[in-house]
Design a protein around this ligand. Structure first.
Ligand code: NAD
Length: 297
């Protein structure tokens, strides 16, 4: 009796940890060449308000990543009871400081603080997160500027693996200013045909099945099943959720084992888009620093 061996196709894992490391190491060399000429190192101010445990971990990782890349970090930890006036005053001071090239305000801010006004207060030249409306406007109009970190990290990861974007059908789930809207624009800029989906979209599953590149940033734990993924598609999972079902204690917006069996490439959670986001934060800080020094020459 002949036995047919079932061939299970599994997608290549897009290793964001390794790619981010390569980006950070290249950046560290660039920083060194500037510092070797006698210039001060680049500086990133990190503002953390309150004691949200996840935010604390993110901030710690960002500060550590700065250190490894030769970027100085200035951590400002404020109590959760901080009022808007105090926070805006700090941002104003950071805007004035010559040794600060980038400012990052860790989100979410505690309830009651005006997130939009705070992001707007950051000088666009120091907007390391790329979330100031001025920079978002530059993105929309196709002009150079500081780009939001998570979306630019996605593009960098696709490029790292030589994944073609031009002419591909890309589907983005999520329309936040942080991820969904900017990644849609960046994909379109690279000549993908982009469909943006959100909480009111109809036939989501069917739309996803048409995607060559599927970016999921809905913030809904394991919402996308393997059956939503077109065979051979590239799946980018932006979501991060706590779980007790995995060794890492984290999971994404995609049911990873199911999607991996169908996709050509897939990002894991953790180790996918998270580290890329941090790498792009450093990259933005260095870009702001370089612009300052190149302009002052
Ligand atoms: P958000 O809550 O601001 O936006 C979620 C979007 O998803 C909304 O536009 C909404 O319309 C859409 N959505 C929600 N439920 C949906 C559904 N059932 N069907 C279709 N669309 C739906 O979230 P965000 O800030 O864009 O973040 C999304 C996820 O990505 C979160 O899990 C967040 O923690 C994670 N995130 C990760 C990183 C990283 O570095 N890896 C960075 C930013 C955000």
């Amino acid at each position: 009796m002949s036995q047919t061996k079932e061939v299970v196709q599994t997608g290549t894992v897009l290793d964001g940890t390794a790619c981010a490391k390569a980006v950070r190491e290249a950046l560290a060399l660039e920083v060194q060449t500037f510092v070797a000429t006698g210039l001060r190192p680049p500086g990133l101010a990190v503002v953390l308000v309150g004691d949200d445990p996840a935010s604390k971990v993110y901030v710690k990782n960002k500060v550590l990543a700065c250190k490894k890349a030769g970027i100085e970090s200035f951590l400002h930890e404020l109590p959760g009871s901080t009022d808007a006036e105090t926070l805006l005053k700090l941002i104003d001071e950071l805007n004035q400081r010559a040794d600060v090239d980038g400012i990052l305000v860790q989100l979410p801010l505690p309830a009651g603080l005006p997130t939009d006004a705070v992001l707007m207060a950051v000088s666009p030249e120091k907007d390391a997160d790329g979330l100031h409306p001025y920079n978002l406007g530059l993105l929309l109009s196709g002009k150079a500027g500081l780009r939001p970190c998570t979306p630019s990290g996605i593009i960098r990861l696709l490029d790292h693996y030589n994944i073609p974007i031009e002419g591909k059908s890309a589907v983005v789930i999520g329309r936040s200013n942080l991820v969904g809207k900017p990644i849609s624009i960046l994909l379109m800029e690279r000549n993908a045909t982009v469909t943006m989906c959100h909480s009111r979209s109809k036939n989501l599953e069917e739309i996803c099945r048409g995607a060559d590149i599927l970016v999921v940033a809905a913030g809904r734990r394991e919402m996308v099943a393997g059956s939503w993924v077109k065979p051979g598609a590239v799946v980018i999972d932006v979501g991060i959720h706590k779980t007790d079902k995995t060794d890492s204690g984290l999971t994404g917006d995609v049911i990873y084992p199911e999607a991996k069996a169908v996709a050509s490439h897939i990002t894991p959670v953790p180790g996918g888009i998270g580290p890329m986001t941090v790498a792009m934060l450093l990259s933005n800080t260095f870009a702001a620093y370089k612009k300052k020094h190149t302009h002052n020459k």
